[in-house]
Design a protein. Structure first.
Length: 269
């Protein structure tokens, strides 16, 4: 009966925290809806800045001028509410974790969120101008580049996800090394395969130009090396004896044995 009550109480707590997370998302979405068009214009700025004078984006369907900005506002609201959503998830699972698990997971989650946002920012400020500049420059003479707003949103979301996940590589490396699933030496041995894989991923998820491929592949490789470096430092720190291990007090049996040894040495002298 007690176990059933505990299970029901966990379900109620999960429901309450899920409702709080959704409520935070909805409230922020309602706040951002009046600015949906401005948010889309900000998102489209890297392309608009590269279009020829008088160039513009188009909407090929009747409802897209309304729904696409709303979709952008919804995604922005989710990203803005992400700290609250993660806090609610953490508050639900934290009571069931050991102290050392909490000490490991909290910085890992915070770092993963920050790195994902860094990946999105890198794509927006550095990759998009290069990609869109290339696309506009290779358009044949007499062809006006006028991208559909919905297709543009799908394209930038794909790149945001690609670069956001790419920036999570150090977290994956550190987590695998911390859990003992892969050693630092194995990560170093896999370096050539990672470099080749990085360029393959860059070719798959970026437009067909070398610069865009390099702008995804090189950060992926460098972030892998950063993860290996951090994992090596953690492994080295783990191998070093702690202060408690170095200056561990003697147990009662060890103390008696040490006193007996001293007495026997004095008797011999």
């Amino acid at each position: 009966m007690d176990s059933q009550e505990t299970f029901i109480s966990h379900l109620i707590e999960m429901r309450d925290r899920l409702l709080r997370a959704v409520l935070a998302w909805v409230i922020l979405f309602v706040i951002l809806v009046p600015f949906a068009n401005e948010l889309y214009t900000l998102l489209a700025e890297p392309l608009l800045a590269k279009l020829p004078k008088g160039g513009q984006m188009i909407a090929t369907e009747v409802v897209t001028p309304f729904f696409v900005p709303i979709k952008v506002a919804m995604i922005t609201a989710f990203l803005g509410a992400l700290p609250i959503i993660l806090y609610q998830a953490w508050s639900f699972i934290a009571p069931g974790l050991y102290a050392h698990e909490k000490k490991f997971i909290v910085p890992l989650v915070v770092a993963s969120v920050l790195l994902f946002f860094c990946g999105m920012a890198f794509a927006y400020f550095f990759v998009f101008p290069v990609v869109f500049g290339f696309i506009v420059s290779v358009a044949p003479a007499g062809v006006a580049v006028m991208t559909d707003i919905n297709k543009y949103l799908d394209f930038v979301i794909t790149l945001f996800m690609a670069f956001g996940i790419t920036f999570e590589v150090p977290i994956v490396v550190v987590a695998l090394a911390k859990m003992g699933m892969v050693s630092v030496e194995q990560f170093k041995q896999a370096r050539p395969y990672v470099i080749v894989g990085a360029f393959i991923i860059g070719a798959v998820f970026t437009p067909p130009d070398v610069i865009s491929q390099i702008m995804l592949a090189v950060p992926l490789w460098l972030l892998y090396e950063l993860g290996v470096l951090v994992a090596g430092l953690i492994e080295k720190k783990k191998a070093e004896p702690t202060e408690e291990e170095t200056y561990r007090p003697l147990t009662e049996e060890e103390l008696e044995a040490e006193l007996d040894r001293v007495d026997s040495e004095q008797d011999r002298t």
